[in-house]
Design a protein around this ligand. Structure first.
Ligand SMILES: *Cc1c(COP(=O)(O)O)cnc(C)c1O
Length: 373
């Protein structure tokens, strides 16, 4: 058996180990928030936003941000059907309803026209999820938000490094949320970040994030309301600080890996990959290939061939509307149909060129088995 090719794996150097050891040895008492605050500062600077709160996950950041926007029972939140469930679950936990709309066939992100058509008097927000690092059409979405007075939330969990016409993903909406799960471009093991430029919303989330204790509350152990506990630990933040010092390198390597795949695969008939339209930068979290319908290539065939090569083959997200706990939405044709002929490619930072070649050879074999006009 050839050695396994993993799809993601963090890039951890001496720097992360040094900071984590320091946090374990010294990050207590009056230093117990030192790495957390530094991590938040570094993140704000990188993103170009005014406020950031480190959290235990992206899901937690979304949950608190949505709660702070007042999303509550009976409300609707519009999002793309193609996504990880983490974006939908906070909506459900708040008693609101996720409304799943179709994606665009080229970016695999929310179709703004479909989002606009789904707006009702109960719509409280639209979530822009920058899938696999690909960017949503933020100009259109922000214009729709403006027109109807509806906030646009950015789930940028997969989009660190992505830039929309000079603005970083996560910095353009009412608030943004990031994930530092072990599979993401920047990791703290588990972790996340809430970011915003809205001072009022930031204060609201800060209070919620501290079990409902307002910053100016002088009484000790006196919550003013029922809040949340989604904090990041100083130990995790220490790793985050090291990763932030290496952020350009981490993003650069992801982009390099996508570029290598693109160079080897994009000339092939019937294959498309993550787009990078003019004026944008794709953070390239997850290089992905989609075969054209005429090729007859299926997810199952791809998974079989990758397994034979001992390479991880991560399936393209199932439409959330196909899951048992949600109602099916048969008109979301792209969300329903693209995953059946797509696959995520291994892209961990230290992947070797020989491993990329092994993956490309699997795909090239498929491409030689059909002809698309
Ligand atoms: C990873 C991911 C999340 C969840 O992140 P956690 O930190 O695991 O909560 C949310 N949304 C998207 C699009 C993701 O890829």
């Amino acid at each position: 058996m050839k050695p396994r090719i993993h799809y993601t794996k963090p890039s951890i150097t001496e720097l992360e180990i040094r900071y984590a050891s320091d946090a374990a040895a010294n990050g207590w008492g009056d230093q117990c928030y030192a790495y957390i605050h530094r991590f938040e500062e570094l993140f704000k600077e990188h993103l170009g936003v005014n406020y950031a709160i480190a959290t235990s996950s992206c899901t937690g950041a979304l949950h608190m941000g949505m709660a702070a926007l007042g999303i509550s029972p009976g409300d609707e939140v519009i999002m793309a059907d193609t996504n990880w469930i983490a974006t939908a679950s906070p909506i459900v936990h708040l008693g609101a309803k996720p409304v799943f709309v179709d994606i665009l066939p080229d970016s695999w992100c929310i179709d703004p026209e479909k989002a606009e058509a789904a707006i009702t008097p109960r719509t409280k927000a639209i979530v822009a999820v920058h899938l696999y690092g690909n960017l949503c059409d933020m100009d259109r979405l922000l214009a729709i938000g403006e027109k109807y007075g509806i906030p646009i939330i950015e789930d940028a969990a997969e989009a660190i490094g992505s830039v929309w016409h000079g603005k970083r993903a996560g910095s353009m909406g009412k608030f943004g949320a990031f994930s530092f799960h072990g599979t993401k471009t920047l990791t703290t093991g588990e972790g996340g970040m809430f970011v915003s430029n809205d001072a009022e919303l930031f204060e609201r989330v800060l209070t919620l994030s501290n079990h409902g204790r307002a910053r100016d509350q002088k009484k000790q152990f006196w919550p003013d309301e029922v809040g949340f506990k989604y904090k990041m630990s100083n130990l995790q933040a220490a790793i985050g600080c090291a990763q932030m010092e290496r952020i350009e390198e981490l993003i650069g390597r992801k982009r390099e890996i996508l570029a290598i795949y693109r160079e080897r695969l994009c000339g092939l008939d019937g294959i498309s990959m993550n787009p990078e339209p003019a004026g944008t930068v794709n953070g390239a979290w997850m290089p992905t290939v989609v075969f054209a319908p005429e090729t007859g290539i299926s997810r199952e065939k791809l998974q079989g061939a990758f397994a034979a090569e001992n390479a991880d083959a991560r399936v393209f997200f199932w439409p959330l509307s196909s899951l048992a706990m949600f109602e099916s939405v048969t008109e979301n044709i792209h969300a329903l149909n693209i995953p059946a002929r797509a696959i995520n490619l291994p892209s961990y930072h230290d992947i070797k060129i020989t491993e990329i070649d092994r993956v490309c050879d699997v795909l090239k074999k498929f491409a030689s088995s059909y002809h698309v006009d």
